[in-house]
Design a protein around this ligand. Structure first.
Ligand code: ZN
Ligand code: ZN
Length: 135
């Protein structure tokens, strides 16, 4: 077994850098209102991996947590970029694919929360679409 390659990511102002193994277990595009507002985009492409797999490379002093408890979002406190969300009772992180510098092996596998999709956005690919979360 060879170790998976490490992927690096960073926020807009590059204050915060992180590393995560190229071993995501799923990747989805979320169309919910929260993800749209957090990113300012039509949807949020993200990939999931066990929370203990991600590590900060630099900028830890500038981390801003949005939300409390085991589920919350991790932003850069300087530029505001959403880097990842702690989810599923803190067991997983959903890493925003847009903050990765390196290219992950995984590709988005489905659109989720399509029931909340922005009416002005048209999904143009053939990926499966789920009203909420995949079954
Ligand atoms: Zn930043
Ligand atoms: Zn969402």
């Amino acid at each position: 077994m060879t170790e998976p390659a490490m992927l690096h990511g960073e926020c807009l102002c590059r204050t915060i850098g992180y590393a995560v193994p190229d071993a995501f277990t799923y990747a989805w595009n979320c169309h919910c209102g929260g993800c749209r507002r957090a990113t300012g985009s039509a949807f949020k492409p993200f990939a999931g991996i066990a929370a203990d797999q991600i590590r900060l490379v630099r900028g830890g002093d500038s981390i801003m947590h949005y939300g409390n408890g085991p589920n919350h979002d991790v932003h850069c406190g300087q530029c505001g970029s959403l880097l990842w969300s702690l989810v599923r009772d803190g067991q997983f992180v959903h890493v925003t694919l847009g903050t990765l510098i390196d290219t992950p092996a995984i590709r988005p596998q489905a659109h989720i929360c399509v029931a909340f999709k922005a009416p002005w956005h048209v999904i143009c690919d053939g990926l499966p679409q789920f009203e909420g979360l995949p079954p």
